[in-house]
Ligand binder design. Structure first.
Ligand code: GUN
Length: 293
């Protein structure tokens, strides 16, 4: 039996469609939601992500202000830009694309974004609110995963969710969301990472397995319990001379093999990635709505 395919692209399109009336309503009040994206340097993946966010904004009628700065931008210059955006009434959400160059303290920058505009939810305040169950802006990727589970009728309650990856932007916030004492959560959560011995012992126990490690095709069928829900957060570019661009995107899960074992699975592309963009748009609209209160 092959797994049900969890179609993130279709769900993301649905969510963006559902945002349109709210955006119209804001416009009727004279508010055009605005997202400022700050990108440092020329990392191709980061440039692609920012371009995708910009395109999503344009399609929804959200203002997009992209600030593409040089790799050598100093921390104080970047802080000054964030301060300016914090004070700009046309900007309702601010995101600083990560990673930033090594000479910049990313935490200092993320914490300088005012709470009302922290649509990525990466500041210490935002992450602390998630941990204590007082959600403000939830980072888009974990939020997208929670929404996908909900829309596919997968209730984490009482299930064992195993997350492979402990990043501040996916693994840690997602663990907190899944373990909250509330509807759509209540999971038992295990986090594995690069220093976990014999990861497959843990992954094989997962009713819901989330792979967010950034290693192409890391999760193999023998690491998956038959019938498990498998969520693939990975976006890895691998060389492929037969592809038009010379590369193709693969996830952290060996999709073709694992879909024969799993009960449901997200593809790459077309799974978690589009949900991340849709939930960012949703956070920007929410920020704009709150600004008008
Ligand atoms: N780098 C990788 N993912 C993300 C994201 O969702 N937001 C930002 N700002 N940077 C990232």
């Amino acid at each position: 039996m092959t797994a049900e395919i969890i179609d993130g692209k279709a769900t993301a399109n649905q969510i963006k469609e559902e945002l349109k009336p709210a955006i119209e309503e804001l416009k009727n009040k004279g508010i055009i939601p605005g997202l400022a994206a700050v990108l440092l340097g020329e990392d191709p993946a980061s440039q692609t992500y920012v371009a995708m966010k910009e395109r999503a904004c344009e399609r929804l009628g959200i203002n997009s202000f992209v600030h593409h700065l040089s790799e050598s931008t100093t921390e104080s210059e970047l802080l000054a830009l964030v301060e300016k955006l914090n004070a700009d009434d046309k900007v309702h959400g601010i995101l600083v694309q990560l990673p930033v160059p090594d000479h910049i303290d990313s935490n200092k920058i993320l914490d300088s974004i005012v709470q009302a505009k922290d649509v990525d939810g990466f500041s210490a305040d935002s992450l602390g609110k998630i941990m204590s169950g007082r959600e403000h802006f939830v980072p888009a990727t974990p939020l997208g995963i929670m929404v996908l589970l909900d829309r596919y009728g997968i209730d984490p309650s009482g299930k064992h969710a195993v997350i492979v990856g402990r990043s501040n932007i996916v693994g840690k916030p997602l663990a907190n969301l899944l373990m909250q004492k509330k509807k759509g959560a209540n999971a038992t959560v295990t986090i594995c990472h690069s220093r976990t011995p014999d990861i497959s012992v843990h992954t094989r126990q997962a009713d819901i397995l989330i792979a967010a490690i950034g290693v192409p095709k890391y999760i193999k069928p023998d690491m998956v319990k038959p019938g498990a829900v498998v969520i693939d957060v990975g976006i890895n570019s691998v060389d492929d001379p037969t592809a038009k661009r010379g590369y193709r995107l693969v996830g952290d899960v060996d999709f073709e093999a694992v879909k024969e074992v799993a009960g449901a699975i997200t593809p790459v592309p077309g799974g978690v990635g589009p949900m991340t963009i849709a939930m960012l748009m949703s956070n920007v609209v929410k920020a704009a709505e709150k600004s008008g209160l």
